[in-house]
Design a protein around this ligand. Structure first.
Ligand SMILES: [Fe+2]
Ligand SMILES: [Fe+2]
Length: 245
């Protein structure tokens, strides 16, 4: 599995995990992100149960998993969080940040950690990890109806969940290298999975107000520097919510 440090100022760190070569062919490739601040850590979209052993092994090389004090589930899909019962067995005191829309649905994966949910209101909120504030940014209907991104003003990183996702061939590097040739891997994903042009345009307007150096999606490659603006302009001009029937 690819593990790459995206940001590190000595106290505050972002770690990318992805491209699991041992995952079954039947499951979509996913990226997991770990934010570490001092001796606290948070996982963003911890992933599905199929890849849990690999992700756990990689995370364990970086931190003691008992230091994970919270998880963000950007939305309710199984590839986001079907591993949660397994993670919660290792870090039973951790909190799970998730849209208020999904708590009672996610509880069907296993009810034992429902009291650890910290439900996010539609307008989002600011949470704290160690000495750093992190913003939960609304991204509703992109694609899920209760959906959040996470913005880190120190690292200038936006974790964007399924927005910006690409279905890449195996072995692709962490970052988008040539934006124009990357479009073929993400266009159909956005057209089919994002249901609303209005919601998509509202999201672009919202994130343009943030100072962003990297956009980190849950599938595919990370957009860095000039590719951040290229991605936002591309998405702004894309018509989504279409099927071929
Ligand atoms: Fe999803
Ligand atoms: Fe996803």
């Amino acid at each position: 599995m690819l593990r790459k440090v995206l940001f590190d100022d000595g106290n505050h760190q972002w770690v990318f995990l992805g491209r699991d070569p041992s995952k079954p062919e039947s499951v979509i490739d996913t990226n997991e992100y770990l934010i570490i601040n001092g001796d606290k850590a948070m996982m963003l979209d911890p992933g599905g149960s199929e890849i849990f052993p690999t992700v756990l092994s990689e995370v364990s090389k970086v931190i003691d998993v008992r230091k994970i004090e919270s998880y963000l589930c950007s939305h309710q899909d199984p590839d986001i969080m079907s591993s949660l019962p397994l993670w919660m067995a290792l870090s039973p005191d951790a909190r799970i940040h998730v849209s208020w829309l999904w708590g009672k649905f996610i509880a069907h994966f296993g009810n034992s950690y429902v009291n650890r949910f910290s439900e996010i209101p539609d307008e989002g909120k600011t949470i704290r990890l160690g000495d750093q504030d992190l913003q939960l940014v609304p991204a509703h209907y992109c694609h899920s109806s209760g959906n959040f991104n996470l913005y880190d003003p120190k690292a200038k990183i936006l974790f964007s969940g399924d927005i910006g996702s690409a279905l890449l061939p195996g072995g692709h590097p962490t970052f988008v290298e040539d934006f124009d040739s990357h479009i073929q891997f993400m266009e159909s994903f956005h057209v089919r999975w994002l249901p609303s042009n209005e919601a998509k345009d509202r999201w672009v307007r919202r994130v343009r107000k943030l100072d962003i150096k990297m956009i980190c999606p849950q599938h595919g490659a990370v957009f860095k520097d000039e590719n951040v603006g290229k991605f936002l302009s591309w998405l702004e001009n894309l018509e989504v919510g279409k099927t071929k029937e």
